[in-house]
Design a protein. Structure first.
Length: 94
């Protein structure tokens, strides 16, 4: 196992991490929310729930699923090995 060397955070690092997070969060949140919205809409329509109730419920569920997807994207980026660095969480004993 290699030893890690702490590096100075640059704007380049910030942009790389931001982009790694942004595209994953956007894609995951959009896909999960659309799938949930279609499933809820189809189920609600099939059992005869009025449209306004389906829309309201879909928005709430979509928000919750989107939030979970974004948190998942953060976790993925925190464990990702970038080209010449990785993100490390260190316990602060001070």
């Amino acid at each position: 196992m290699q030893t890690a060397t702490e590096i100075v955070v640059t704007w380049k690092h910030a942009v790389i991490i931001w982009w790694a997070f942004t595209w994953r969060a956007g894609l995951l949140a959009l896909a999960a929310s659309v799938i949930a919205g279609v499933a809820i809409g189809a189920l609600g329509f099939a059992i005869g729930v009025e449209k306004t109730s389906i829309v309201g419920f879909s928005r709430i569920v979509g928000f919750l699923i989107g939030t979970a997807a974004i948190i998942y994207a953060v976790r993925v980026v925190l464990t990702k090995q970038f080209r010449d660095f990785r993100i490390a969480l260190l316990r602060d004993h001070g």
